[in-house]
Design a protein around this ligand. Structure first.
Ligand code: NIG
Ligand code: FE
Length: 423
């Protein structure tokens, strides 16, 4: 008998999302469905997921064990959001209004709005202010089911303000239940003061900022915006080589607005993920499908920017790519913290199957962050990160729109959202 300090008894359904990782093609159909499921954890780790009979045989709840009634609830692993720009100041409603009048995201960026607007606001904010701005965002993430989040710097674009963003992420990780995985993205844009001297900024990144971020051990990943008018494929390659040498794992904002070939570069450089892919070429799809690099799709961006074009999710899945989903939470191209919304958009706008999309928000999203050993599925030994939805069955989570069905969230074996409220 195994001791348990938390038990969720008799859920309508539990999805464990277990199975070999990463999940490709048909493996994406398997969500590990348990009808009338019981799940238990001890000291933050899952010790059992199965039916009542198995539970009675294997699990011995401790005397002060927390017991949650799962009747009427559907449980699944906490969402993993593997791509966000969480630590920013300011907001961009003005830009949104201009977009409603017909300006495109790139036209506004060329006018000096876009990322530069947020860089200005973020540079002006103190570390404490940034911290206070991020707290309610993290709370909202939790309320909408996210238990692990990747977060990028990239609105400082100088040593001091990039460090400020990354240090804020570390402080937040210490005090907030959501696990935060930091990415250094000093190559998000060319700062205003280097607009006519891009090479000098690239040299500054390579010779000063990358080594310093590494020395202070402030980020696990390095990311570049490989895009027309931002960093070319060759510049991205040069930056990546330096970042790898310093010890970073790699991610690339690839083929978002133009088919530059960031995807092919991601594969060549064995990046952990290639993200966006709205304008990926057929060759890019094929290369990515044959690789270990995850394809992180961000359907909220096409939706938010009202773009006709979307990442070719079906093609990617059918050819065997490792597809994951993320919010891209940021003030310019995706102002949402909600992975629930992203899950729904993936089904309704990318034509992903329900099971494919759930695996892409959990198991494969953990793989896209190199965290699949510890989170993303509800299996013995993994973290007890569990969402409990007030839903009769799992299709209901995507079928019933415009509401938040998430009633309880358990992080590391502790109840952190109860009856829809943060505790
Ligand atoms: O992932 N594409 C580059 N970066 C963000 C947008 C950032 C912003 O507009 O502030 C993105 O879409
Ligand atoms: Fe992004």
């Amino acid at each position: 008998m195994n001791p348990a300090d938390l038990v969720v008894a008799d859920c309508n359904q539990i999805l464990t999302c277990q199975g070999a990782l990463p999940k490709r093609k048909d493996a994406l159909q398997d969500v590990g469905l348990i009808e009338r499921g019981w799940i238990a954890s001890y000291k933050g780790q899952v010790i059992f997921a199965g039916d009542e009979k198995g539970f009675r045989k294997e699990v011995q709840p401790e005397t002060d064990c927390v017991i949650i009634d799962g009747k009427g609830l559907t449980g699944l692993p906490g969402f993993i959001d593997p791509h966000t720009h969480l630590p920013f100041a300011g907001s961009r409603e003005q830009e949104f209004l201009l977009r409603l009048k017909g300006y495109t995201y790139q036209q506004l960026a060329q006018k000096g709005m876009g990322i530069q607007t947020t860089v200005k606001a973020t540079r002006e904010a103190s570390g404490e202010q940034l911290h206070s701005l991020c707290l309610p965002r993290l709370d909202r993430m939790l309320l909408y089911g996210t238990t692990t989040v990747e977060a990028k710097s990239g609105y400082g674009l100088n040593l001091q303000d990039e460090l400020k963003q990354l240090k804020t992420l570390h402080h937040l990780d210490e005090i907030h239940p959501v696990d935060i995985i930091p990415t250094f993205m000093g190559a998000h844009e060319i700062p205003e003061e280097y607009k006519n001297n891009k090479n000098e900024y690239i040299e500054l990144l390579i010779n000063k900022i990358i080594p310093e971020v590494r020395r202070e051990n402030l980020a696990e990943f390095f990311d570049v915006f490989c895009e027309e008018g931002v960093f070319s494929v060759d510049e991205t390659r040069k930056l990546i080589k330096a970042a790898k040498k310093a010890g970073f794992k790699i991610k690339i904002h690839a083929d978002e607005f133009s088919p530059l070939g960031g995807t092919e570069l991601a594969v060549e450089e064995a990046a952990v993920s290639a993200d966006h892919l709205i304008n990926i070429t057929d060759k890019g799809v094929q290369k990515l499908a044959e690789s270990q690099t995850a394809a992180i799709l961000l359907p909220a961006v096409s939706f938010f920017l009202m773009l006709e074009k979307r990442a070719p999710a079906r093609k990617l899945i059918e050819q065997g790519a490792v597809v994951a989903l993320a919010t891209d939470f940021n003030p310019g191209s995706s102002m949402t913290e909600s992975m629930l919304f992203v899950l729904q958009l993936a089904v309704y706008t990318l034509k992903m199957g329900l099971e494919e999309a759930i695996n892409a928000c959990t198991a494969n999203a953990a793989y896209a962050l190199d965290r699949h050993e510890s989170v993303g599925s509800l299996e013995k030994g993994k973290k007890m990160d569990l969402i409990l939805c007030e839903a009769p069955n799992y299709p209901s989570i995507v079928y019933h729109l415009g509401i938040n069905p998430i009633k309880h969230v358990i992080k590391n074996g502790k109840l952190v959202v109860k009856d829809g409220k943060r505790i």
